[in-house]
Write a protein that binds this ligand. Structure first.
Ligand code: ADP
Ligand code: MG
Length: 385
């Protein structure tokens, strides 16, 4: 397949005629470590993937937006009425209309535009194609309109688009990653203060790579389970008299756990408290350039998700075990759970061997064959030309 930026540009020419005023790219992401810590006011550490969504765009007169996506092959159009209130545009166009709505609601004079979208980010695989789309569109509109909206304020608005216009209750991680990540770095995000820090994550320099395996596991009751985990965490925080589980340090863990009567709530709390610490430990190692040494933290995170938070599924556990047996330095499920992707930290030369071992383990168990891609940390949203 041709390059995603070329496809967006060619799509623009075919659908609208002529050349775009520019092309803007925004990446999918994976979370290196820190799962289910976001709604507990804790820490996450995503990095951007080399898989990107590209918007080729040009201004048009009036408050009108015309959008083509390679994905559906259709062109949608909306105007001021449809962005006056949430949810008036539905389907995939809601992500685009939502960005226009959120920008206007924040007082920005959003230029009318034609946009052609192409993407390499797989949909619904847990790599956040939704935030990549929002970020590509937002950066395009901000640049086209010369809007006074620095990058640090964009994730909040993209999140508002998704929460209120599309109606999907996501945290701020995905949009922060798509917009603010840097090449060769992970993004350390404090979900309470929303402060970010760029942490060097030089896999390449360490002779390593990250294998991302799409488990292809069917999502099983994920929404209900997700809500149940959230309730357990809130119950634990209330019982412990803290605002959120983030306020319990690992040094206080034993005392805190002793105060929780229900064994299940205890396991849930233990995952969150130890996971926050694993994020901090990972950040400390990466700051010291000790990239290789994060492997055991990734694996410990997986064990905690499997045994304490109970959000893994057989396909996911099989992929992690097979990757570790084949020599991965560490492996874990990434994302909310019950499916999605597995990360395996591998020697760069071993990536294909590890991927084959995972595929063989899948075949043996009769699971649908997994997909994989080997990545290095990539940049966040950028203007291409
Ligand atoms: P994820 O973000 O994990 O990939 P979501 O369900 O949050 O999954 O978002 C996927 C949705 O985002 C798709 O169903 C589609 O509506 C929209 N989307 C993402 N990328 C594109 C694209 N390139 N073109 C059109 N719609 C897209
Ligand atoms: Mg999404």
């Amino acid at each position: 397949m041709t390059d995603v930026a070329d496809r967006a540009g060619a799509g623009f020419d075919r659908e609208f005629g002529g050349s775009p005023a520019g092309r803007w790219a925004a990446p999918g992401r994976v979370n290196l470590i820190g799962e289910h810590t976001d709604y507990n006011d804790g820490f996450v550490l995503p990095f951007a993937l080399p898989l990107r969504t590209v918007a080729a765009a040009a201004p048009q007169d009036g408050a009108r937006w015309t959008v083509w996506s390679e994905l559906s092959g259709e062109t949608i159009e909306f105007g001021a009425d449809e962005v006056a209130e949430p949810a008036r545009v539905t389907g995939w166009g809601a992500y685009v209309a939502g960005v226009v709505w959120a920008l206007r609601e924040a007082g920005h004079d959003v230029p009318g535009a034609r946009l052609a979208i192409a993407s390499d980010v797989p949909l619904g695989a847990g790599l956040s194609s939704s935030a990549a789309l929002e970020a590509a569109v937002m950066t395009a509109l901000v640049d086209l309109g010369g809007l006074d909206l620095p990058a640090e304020r964009q994730p909040r608005l993209a999140q508002r688009a998704e929460n209120h216009y599309v109606g999907a209750p996501t945290g701020i991680m995905d949009q922060s990653a798509a917009i603010r990540c840097r090449d060769g770095h992970a993004l350390f995000l404090d979900c309470r203060s929303e402060e970010v820090e760029h942490i060097p994550f030089d896999l390449h320099g360490a002779g390593l790579a990250m294998l991302v395996v799409d488990s292809r596991a069917p999502h099983r009751h994920a929404d209900g389970e997700y809500a149940a985990r959230r309730r357990s965490c809130e119950a634990a925080a209330a019982r412990l008299g803290v605002r959120a589980l983030r306020d319990v340090g690992v040094d206080q863990l034993d005392t805190a756990l002793a105060r929780l009567d229900d064994p299940e709530t205890r396991r849930r709390a233990r995952h969150v408290v130890t996971e926050d610490q694993r994020v901090l430990d990972t950040v400390a190692l990466l700051r010291a350039g000790r990239v290789r040494e994060i492997g055991p933290l990734l694996t410990a995170s997986h064990v905690s998700m499997r045994d304490d938070f109970e959000i893994t599924v057989p396909e996911i556990d099989t992929a992690v075990e097979a990757a570790l047996e084949a020599g991965a330095l560490g492996a874990r499920m990434t994302g909310g759970g019950f499916g999605g992707c597995v990360l395996a930290l591998v020697e760069v030369d071993a990536a294909e061997t590890v991927a084959s071992a995972v595929a063989a383990a899948y075949a043996e168990k009769g699971f649908q064959a997994p997909a994989h891609v080997t990545v290095l940390p990539a940049p966040g949203a950028t203007r291409l030309d």
